[in-house]
Write a protein that binds this ligand. Structure first.
Ligand code: ASP
Ligand code: MG
Length: 442
């Protein structure tokens, strides 16, 4: 079986939903994972924020506005009268339940319940569109099989068993549609796989059913060699290895949720990124195969905080790093980049929830300096650290204020820490010298 996932833009309009219908209307059984229509999750997050701030009137107003846009979509999408009735009934019940949240105490569960509605709406509407067009489609409710454990990892055994059971108990179909993003936690409460998590849903399902391939359909022709938001003339990459894709996704390439590669990598299931608006474009195929050499792609991740921890004893006494790591472990804060000198260790984090507590604890045995508004620029390519062109990088970047470099941690990645205000210039310079062949120093 194949697993397809379509993102918010792909299901964000009636025209695009019809593109999706054509893409999946092929022979063979498949599971289709959908995101919420673009803009819906953001709108629901905002509504949840208004409820938390007790801005009841404004929350109600925004719920009713969103409801109206869905009512319009139903009529643009569905012509069959009885299906219109059915979809309207469903959409009304969803918005009634969201209105019912307005005067409730705001909890994480309430928030998660509100934001889960985006995927419930898109999948219901899309399943009825397929029925109207005579396709054999069935809905598999994600909350009946998708679950994470106490460590927030997918509960693979549970998922596999329940998904198989559900497929066996559902009327025979060619296309099984399910919600991305949403799942249950270990207590059976509604939660999610974090923003952008529908990609991750697709590969978790792909692994559970040992799919032949997982395809992630978005609005761009796959991974690009640089960030198209900041750099002109970027090129789509036709092949990446799992490692390269994982590093790019983690370090800022917005196209893929950072954890997406993991479930399929262990089972060696190909992961293909495709463009819904241009289905004939090759896209990016991610496998365990290695293609090309040298620097293949560059990505940037903003919102990074750097922490410099200096041992008060002036030398990195035995056990110092252990103490440092224990503090980060205690606050469940993961470290992205790290470099050390004889007297200090510098590292970066992207989650500052516990920054104050972290700093306080570190200050018990070290002096601590914190810098925010930093960005990581990550260069990826198979064995780039050995490539003869790589040393040229340092010439290219001689005028950029590079704050930290991680070189050699992996053979396939070099990470640079720069001020976010220098990120644009860094990406553009790298683009010119690395991909456009401009000579250094001209
Ligand atoms: N709808 C969710 C979000 O906007 C999940 C996804 O689109 O992947 O983050
Ligand atoms: Mg996405």
């Amino acid at each position: 079986m194949l697993v397809y996932k379509f993102g918010g833009t792909s299901v964000g309009s009636v025209i695009n939903m019809n593109h999706v219908k054509n893409i999946i209307n092929t022979n063979g059984k498949k599971i289709v994972v959908l995101s919420a229509m673009s803009g819906t999750t953001n709108a629901l997050v905002e509504i949840s924020g208004l409820i938390e701030a007790k801005e009841t009137k404004q929350a109600e107003k925004q719920i009713n506005q969103l409801h109206k846009t869905y009512n319009k979509t139903i009529y643009d999408l569905i012509q069959d009268q009885s299906l219109i009735q059915e979809v309207s009934g469903y959409v009304n019940s969803i918005f009634k339940s969201v209105l019912g949240c307005v005067n409730q105490p705001h909890t994480t569960l309430l928030h998660n319940t509100i934001v889960a509605n985006g995927e419930l709406l898109s999948t219901f509407m899309f399943s009825r569109l397929l029925q109207q067009e005579g396709l054999k489609a069935a809905l598999l409710p994600a909350l009946d099989f998708m679950r994470i454990d106490r460590t927030n990892e997918p509960d693979n055994f549970y998922i596999k068993q329940n998904l198989e059971r559900l497929i066996n108990n559902t009327d025979e179909a060619d296309i099984y549609i399910t919600q991305g993003f949403i799942c249950l936690d270990a207590e059976g409460q509604i939660t999610n796989l974090q923003r952008g998590g529908s990609d991750y849903t697709a590969t978790i399902i792909g692994a559970a059913i040992e799919a032949e391939e997982v395809q992630i359909w978005t609005d761009i022709d796959g991974f690009h060699n640089n960030d198209p938001r900041y750099v002109n003339d970027t090129q789509a990459l036709s092949h990446l290895s799992y490692d390269e894709a994982a590093e790019l996704a983690y370090f800022g390439a917005k196209i893929l949720h950072p954890q997406t590669v993991m479930p399929v990598r262990t089972l060696d299931i190909p992961l293909r990124l495709k463009n819904t608006m241009s289905p004939n474009a090759h896209g990016t195929l991610i496998t365990n195969q290695i293609h090309g050499e040298g620097i293949k792609a560059i990505a940037a991740k903003d919102g990074i905080t750097a922490i410099k921890i200096k041992s008060v004893r002036m030398l990195l006494a035995h056990g110092f790093l252990k103490k440092v790591f224990e503090v980060f472990e205690k606050y469940e804060t993961s470290i992205d980049m790290i470099t050390t000198s004889e007297i200090a260790v510098s590292l970066t984090i992207d989650d500052i929830t516990h920054l104050e507590a972290l700093t306080e604890e570190l200050e018990k045995f070290a002096t601590v300096e914190v810098d925010d508004y930093m960005s990581i620029v990550c260069l990826v390519g198979n064995h780039i650290i050995y490539h003869p062109d790589t040393p040229q990088l340092f010439q290219v970047l001689q005028d950029v204020n590079v704050r930290m470099i991680a070189y050699g941690g992996s053979n396939n990645n070099i990470s640079l820490l720069v001020n976010t205000s220098d990120r644009l210039e860094t990406l553009q310079k790298l683009q010119r010298y690395v991909f456009e062949g401009e000579a250094v120093g001209v």
